[in-house]
Each structure stands twice: as structure tokens, then as C-alpha cells.
Design a protein. Structure first.
Ligand code: LMR
Length: 398
């Protein structure tokens, strides 16, 4: 049965984790995967999460099946986080939200549903994009193309290129957009650029699919929802995949959600019924723990405040690490100007290091980064940053 099976390539992000874990060097540093580590180099268990977990344990609740679309209080909290409590989309019943297995799970059920709805559509992702976007949509049966996004020369956006790409697509093309904290570049659209993108998408009848995995890591919970709210105001129908892996530090609990914005409440009921079929035939219904914890935090004012403080702390620490990285590289005598790192948002920096330099970082110094030069700034801390700076300085001089 398996005699002719070929070895599949290693996953570019999670495969690197496997390599990192197998590395015996005690000085190794993992700047590969997008995970937030605290200044002690550990993945934090947030106090708000701990408190919600204690409450859950004390409630000693039974573990029956959840509804196919998950916990109602969770789905409602997701909608408020995305669109605000007073959003007309909530009042007009234009939202379908289903709890999903992380952001990836949300993208997958969204992709599977869209494949049924638009079997011949293409999917456009940014150039570059999160490594798994292409694989996930191809796996759902779509042809995937790239729209222009990043300008390596300026370390910024290529706004004309992006609009030209979007303008070249036929109606019905699905456009995957990073709502904030673009992965892998850390480079986001400005408010004016978002407005133009929304206009073109509307004019051409494209189908926006916003991926928001880092809400709160850029400029704050509301500021990071700017693009989502712009699309909401546009009157368009669209999809949003949310992840709480990073913002609640609940990576292994797989807590995410797919939200679909419809045109009216009649569509909402029908779309939900179809989405439930997709979920039922994939994994039946979601698990209880992560969703309950997140719902408890978002729906309990004291826990909510505690979480917002902890999220701000993570955001501020990442910013401090961006500044330290730039200053230390300069102090170390590195000629290249790295100040662009300060303008980037979220966990990542597209460092501009070549794949050969990334290989040298790993092989010579035990510093792991993605082959494209993406580094996870959220994994830097006051203990490892000097070693990382020395390693970057070393590979840049060859
Ligand atoms: C990343 O980009 O490193 C994270 O989103 C983790 C993942 O699943 O790839």
C-alpha cells in the first residue's frame, strides 16, 4: 500500500521547530515559528487564562458535545471583538460565526465552504504571504495566485502594484488579506491604502477573506480591527478568520473562529446551515476548553481588563525588542540600516536576510529563522538578543 509513497517536504515553519527541538546546542534561539515568549524565554500562561481555568475547574461542568458551530457566548464575543458591540451587523443579524480549530481551522472551513459556493474561483494571496495560505487553499481545491504587496527595496508596501493586481482579477476571485500585523513582513497598509483596496474589491466584485491572527499585537485591539471595520462599513459580504492562539497565549488549545458577513438575516440562516454541514463532515464540532476560557475572559469585565493589560504588555515588550535589535545592530557596527524594523507591526520582521544568511545563522550560530528571512521578534529577550545580534553581524560580513 505504501511502497511508492514519497517523502513529503518538511513544513517551512513547523518543520523548522522539529529541527530546532532536535538541535543539542544549549545556546540555540528559535526565531522561526510565530510564538510569543516572555523575557524569561517562556510561553506565558496568562493570568486571565489561569483565572478562567480555575473558575471552570470549580464549576466541574460536564463535557457534552458542543453545538456544531461551537459556544454561542464565544461566537458573540468574537463578533464584538471584531466589529464592536454596537455594530449594525450584529443588530441586523448579518453575521455567522462558528468556533473553529485555531485560525488555520477557520481558514480551512472557510475555504471548504467557498469551494462549494464558487467552485471555479481562484484565490489570491499576498506576495509574500504566510507559508500555509497557499498550501491550505490549494488543498481545498483552488488555484492560488499572488497579488503584489511587498516592496523589498523600500521595506514597505507596493500600493500601485497591489491595486493593479486586484484590478486584473475577474469577479468572484477570493482575495486573502492580512487584517493587521502582516505575516511574514510585518508591513501593513495605511488607512488610505485600505480605503483604496476596499474600493477596488467592491468595484470588481471580488470576495474578501480577512485573516486576523494578531489582533492586539500591532497598535491595540480596536486599532488592529481597522480593516475589518472598513470592510464592514463598505456593505460587502466577506469572511474573517480569527485566531486567539497568540493573543491569549493558547496555541495548543486551537481557539479560533470563522465569521461570515452576509447581506441580510435571511442569508445568515442559510449560510450557517451550509457551514454547519462543512464542519460536521470535517470534525463534527469543536472542543470545549479553549473556547470556554476565551468566552469567560471576554464576557467577564474583570478578566477582560486583566487580559487587555497582559496583551498590552506583550505588545510593548515586542516593540521594546524591535528598538533594542535596531540599536544593538548599530552599536555592533553593522553598516546596513535596520531602522525599517521599527515601522513593522506584530510578531514578525522581514529582516532582508537571504536564505544563505539564514542557513548560516542556523548552522554556525544555532539561531533559527524562516528561509525567507522572516524572524519572530516576539522570541527575542534580554538574555538572547546580544547573541542574536552577534550572529546577524557575523553572517552579514561574509
Ligand atoms: C507562524 O506563522 O509561525 C504561525 O502562524 C504559526 C503557524 O501555524 O505557522
Amino acid at each position: 500500500l505504501f511502497a511508492n509513497v514519497e517523502q513529503a517536504p518538511r513544513d517551512p515553519i513547523l518543520g523548522l521547530n522539529e529541527q530546532f527541538n532536535a538541535d543539542a546546542r544549549t545556546t540555540k534561539v528559535n526565531l522561526g515559528v510565530g510564538v510569543y515568549f516572555n523575557d524569561e524565554g517562556r510561553i506565558p500562561l496568562l493570568k486571565a487564562v489561569r483565572n478562567a481555568e480555575v473558575a471552570r475547574l470549580e464549576a466541574a461542568s460536564a463535557r457534552g458535545y458542543l453545538p456544531i458551530d461551537g459556544i454561542t457566548g464565544y461566537n458573540q464575543a468574537v463578533q464584538k471583538l471584531l466589529f464592536t458591540e454596537s455594530s449594525p451587523l450584529i443588530a441586523e443579524k448579518r453575521l455567522v460565526t462558528a468556533q473553529a480549530l485555531g485560525g488555520t481551522g477557520a481558514l480551512k472551513i472557510g475555504a471548504d465552504y467557498l469551494k462549494r459556493l464558487l467552485p471555479n474561483a481562484k484565490v489570491a494571496i499576498s506576495d509574500p504571504s504566510w507559508e500555509n495560505h497557499r498550501a491550505l487553499f490549494e488543498n481545498a481545491g483552488f488555484e492560488v495566485v499572488n497579488y503584489s504587496y511587498y516592496n523589498a527595496a523600500t521595506h514597505g508596501i507596493d500600493p500601485e502594484g497591489m491595486l493593479a493586481s486586484l484590478n486584473s482579477y475577474p469577479a468572484g476571485t477570493i482575495v486573502v488579506l492580512h487584517a493587521c500585523c502582516h505575516n511574514p513582513t510585518g508591513v501593513d497598509l495605511s488607512a488610505e491604502q485600505w480605503a483604496k483596496v476596499v474600493d477596488v474589491i467592491k468595484a470588481r466584485g471580488l470576495v474578501p477573506f480577512l485573516d486576523i491572527a494578531y489582533q492586539g499585537f500591532g497598535d491595540g485591539i480596536d486599532a488592529d480591527a481597522f480593516a475589518v471595520r472598513q470592510f464592514a462599513a463598505s456593505g460587502l459580504s466577506f469572511l474573517v478568520s480569527s485566531s486567539f492562539s497568540k493573543s491569549f497565549s493558547l496555541y495548543g488549545e486551537r481557539v479560533g473562529a470563522l465569521t461570515i458577513v452576509t447581506a441580510n438575516s435571511d442569508e445568515t440562516g442559510k449560510v450557517l446551515s451550509q457551514l454547519k454541514r462543512v464542519i460536521r463532515t470535517n470534525y463534527s464540532n469543536p472542543p470545549t476548553h479553549g473556547g470556554t476560557v476565551v468566552a469567560t475572559i471576554l464576557n467577564t469585565p474583570t478578566l477582560r481588563l486583566e487580559w487587555e493589560d497582559e496583551l498590552a504588555e506583550m505588545r510593548d515588550r515586542i516593540r521594546a525588542m524591535r528598538t533594542a535589535l535596531v540599536e544593538k545592530l548599530k552599536a555592533r557596527g553593522v553598516q546596513r540600516d535596520f531602522s525599517f524594523v521599527l515601522a513593522q507591526r506584530g510578531m514578525f520582521s522581514y529582516s532582508g536576510l537571504t536564505s544563505a544568511q539564514v542557513d548560516a545563522l542556523r548552522e554556525k550560530h544555532g539561531v533559527y529563522a524562516i528561509g525567507t528571512g522572516r524572524i519572530c521578534v516576539a522570541a527575542l529577550n534580554n538574555q538572547n538578543i546580544d547573541a542574536v545580534v552577534d550572529a546577524i553581524a557575523d553572517v552579514l560580513k561574509d
